[in-house]
Design a protein around this ligand. Structure first.
Ligand code: S3P
Length: 429
């Protein structure tokens, strides 16, 4: 197990950085590009373990794909162009790969099987399996289909109107992808809006998807044509440098070409509410996603209450927001965030346990945590819990902890951001 050692010598974070491509959008570019007719060119693709799982899956489903770093060329043959895989599809650590593929594979005229690593095999799948079964999908797996490995006997589907009990873009996307093939209309009614990359990308490719408030509708589609896509930098990766700059005195960092989709940019709103000096510049909105540069300067922070609609908009950034809260004046509460318990690991438990080792004052609740900002952390030997975002959030905390902090299992950052530690070192002056 590799260990990263970070010396919290109060170094400011300075300079410019373009984080790697957005993970959610990269997954979707390969899946939707594979369903289009013709050659889809993707630029800015995220080259990491998770997205590689999606690339391998689509190749296994017979789609010719050439990936050269951040450039990917996909030769799609239309909605009916996938073929029976000769092997089990391994989604690795990637929930997005497994869950979105379940939607897609439910409609194919062949048998397929999906598995994943030990973390993914422990995560709930019924949230996706339930609506797909209502659509007519034949899915089996352990715990009545709640755990990978899962077998899908694809076939004809019918449209449904579905209100997911949990706010999840993966559930919504799986149902919409199945809806491309289902007889009639498929409708997802969200109680809280989640990231809309699937809807945006499908309509960019020319599929007929309609959004009306929090309701998204899709009809059985005819083939749509290929497109050229530019993947913006991942706001979830940018968030680590935003917080590192805010909490380290003397910092100023320009984070470039970041996707600032309003359903993903909760971290900007929250950090601004905390008093963060954050400027959005160079805004553009040409492809299917808006992007901008984000200028962040170190700031005195104050506590905030985070709950409700804000949770899905910042779900993946909550661990690093918890780090910012250690340096905020007052008590920051993150509540109604029980979903954090079923991410790559139990992120409420992981954040509470590891930040306490660093001396943070933090109370754990079923649905979140409350932190007293003490403004001081001390060094410790920490674990990344095999979870990329926990390891990176701890690295950010370590930049302000007194002394040398060790993060065990830090190699898991390659799930979403293989160059994270190099980029952090480069910006620490
Ligand atoms: C994702 C949706 C979110 C997010 C995950 C990526 C996506 O998961 O946490 O990292 O790409 O659709 P849920 O759908 O489980 O909320």
């Amino acid at each position: 197990m590799s260990t990263e050692n970070i010396i919290g010598n109060q170094a400011p974070i300075q300079g410019e950085l373009t984080p790697p491509g957005d993970k959610s959008i990269s997954h979707r570019s390969v899946m939707i590009g594979s369903l289009a007719k013709g050659t889809t060119l993707v630029r800015g693709f995220l080259d990491c373990e998770d997205t590689n799982s999606t690339l391998c899956a689509m190749k296994l489903l017979g789609v010719p794909i050439e990936a050269l770093g951040t450039n990917v060329e996909i030769k799609g043959s239309g909605l009916m162009g996938l073929s029976k895989p000769y092997d089990v599809i391994d989604a690795g650590n990637s929930g997005t790969t497994a869950r979105l593929l379940m939607g897609l594979l439910s409609a194919q005229d062949f048998l397929s099987e999906i598995t994943g690593d030990k973390y993914l095999r422990a995560r709930p799948m019924r949230r996706v399996v339930d609506p797909l079964r209502l659509m007519g999908a034949k899915i089996t797996g352990s715990e009545d289909g709640n755990r990978l490995p899962i077998t899908i006997n694809g076939g004809e589907l019918r449209g449904i109107s579905y209100e997911p009990p949990v706010a999840s873009a993966q559930v919504k996307s799986a149902v919409l992808l199945a809806g491309l093939y289902a007889e009639g209309v498929t409708e997802v009614k969200e109680r809280k809006a989640t990231r809309d990359h699937t809807e945006r990308m499908l309509s960019y490719f020319g599929a007929n998807v309609q959004t009306d408030g929090n309701t998204i509708r899709i009809e059985k589609q005819d083939d749509f044509n290929s497109a050229e896509l530019l993947v913006p930098a991942d706001i979830s990766s940018a968030a680590f440098f935003m917080v590192a700059a805010l909490i380290n005195p003397g910092s100023e960092v320009l984070i470039k070409n970041v996707g600032i989709n309003p359903l993903r940019s909760g971290v900007i709103d929250i950090l601004k509410q905390m008093g963060g000096d954050i400027e959005i510049t160079n805004y553009s909105d040409e492809g299917c996603e808006p992007l901008a540069d984000i200028l962040v300067r170190s700031s005195g922070l104050k506590a905030v209450q985070i709950k409700g609609d804000m949770i899905p908009k910042a779900i993946d950034e909550l661990p690093v927001i918890a780090v910012a809260a250690c340096f905020a004046e007052g008590e920051t509460a993150i509540r109604e965030a029980g979903e954090l318990r079923v991410k790559e690991t139990d992120r409420i438990k992981a954040v509470t346990t590891e930040l306490r080792k660093l001396g943070a004052s933090i109370d754990e609740f079923d649905d979140g945590m409350v932190k007293k900002g003490t403004g001081v952390l001390r060094s410790a030997k920490c674990s990344g819990w095999g979870d990329h975002r926990i390891a990176m959030a701890l690295a950010v905390a370590a930049t302000r902890a007194e002394g040398e902090t060790e993060i065990d299992g830090s190699e898991c950052v390659s799930v979403s951001y293989p160059g994270f530690f190099q980029d952090l070192r480069h910006l620490r002056k």
